[in-house]
Design a protein around this ligand. Sequence first.
Ligand code: NAD
Ligand code: G6P
Ligand code: MN
Length: 441
Amino acid sequence: MKDQLKVTIVGGGSTWTPGILNAFVRHKDKLPLKKLVLFDNNLERQEPVGRYAEILFREQYEGVEVVYTNDKDEAYLDTDFIMVQIRTGGYPLREKDEKIPLQFGVIGQETCGPGGFAYGIRSLKDMIEMIRDIRERNKDAWVLNYTNPAAIVAYGLQRVFPNDDRILNICDQPINLLNSFAKLLDMDPDELEPKYFGLNHFGWFTNLYDQEGKDHLPRLKELIKGKGFLPADAEQRDQSWLDTYALVQDMVNDFDEYVPSTYLQYYIYPEYKAAHLNPDYTRANEVMDGREKRVFSECRRAYENNSVEGIQVVQNEAHGDMIISIAEAIYRNENRYYIVMVENNGIIENLPDDAVVEVTCLLGNRGPKPFHFGPVSTFYKGLLENQYAYERLTCEAFFEGSYTKALQALTLNRTVTDAKKARRILDALIEANKGYWPELK
Ligand code: NAD
Ligand code: G6P
Ligand code: MN
């Protein structure tokens, strides 16, 4: 085990980066750094975060060299961990992803439905190029990718880099949910061992074992039915997230077997959701008016004060802690439970081998070791096969420049279903994504 690490954050100007920086400081004993690089293709956006990083490390984490750059050699050579969180097209395109489908009465969401489809095709191009840039310079670095829509990015990367076993695609929602379950159960999330299956943003918790082997999922379902459901960090959440968590109660009432990811509501209640989203003010607007403004103004305040004392760059620390603890689990070979994305290969017996599934794994220095799950029953298999086909066709539309596959993908998506509507949405998205998408013929 190396004494000290070089870590790079790609998407250094991300609104989530300051939270990750704070988490590095909290975890310095377990994940010791010698160098931290922020890399972004938009230097102007990254600069305030880079300056915040310099001050934070100077005050709270001495001896770490901090660099912010757009130089690929600086970012990727001799680096141990590369954490990736980019947003191709930025929030202005996220806003279009969300608003265009809503014009047709269809859900507009960052990662689900036509919005996630549009974002997926944009992300694939940049992510594939980035992994090539990284591997030209560094064969060994762990790439910890959070870039959304993670399901499509993960499937596409697996198709292009099938033998690369140091790319790990991860989402924080399973951990957010576990923290929220633990709060409702009045337990410590670290004592819960989850059993979970699905695709990213499309999965279910089937069991929640404590250290004695007792399953707390039955009790959790009753609590959700009786009291409703809130995120663990409810006081820091915008209203739209509270609404999203609240609908978990409806899903548990309707399908009592498991506890679903919040994201399943877009597929299970597409009409209700589409009717309750505001087509003029979507989550992208909420984020641009809230988190984005706050993060950058707090970074600026830090360098005007030349101190991070009293600066509030993050609303909650869970996201940064998760990202650092994943790197820690690999670096220290901790073999801790994480729910991450892996190639199926029989884990869920009755799903295709090449599906990228999200399941419980033990995470150590050879990567994730998934637990076998077994077959899933008809309702879940139907939903999963449908979503898998949509994700796969989206990637193939991108690889082959195929309009037909794009239309098939959108038609299959449970938020759309009607091919005439799918075509109108697709044509509008093609127009909006000029310069970001390959030509679809
Ligand atoms: P953001 O726009 O604030 O940050 C993205 C940054 O990436 C920007 O600074 C941008 O300039 C940079 N960038 C874009 N394309 C790039 C490229 N090709 N190379 C280098 N840098 C590039 O967005 P955000 O809201 O902070 O989110 C960042 C990403 O993290 C998104 O993909 C988001 O969906 C994802 N995310 C994932 C999870 C998860 O659980 N998996 C959680 C939170 C955020
Ligand atoms: C959760 C999901 C992420 C998603 C994020 C969106 O954490 O797991 O995949 O990007 O929420 O959050 P936002 O605040 O940008 O809407
Ligand atoms: Mn996610």
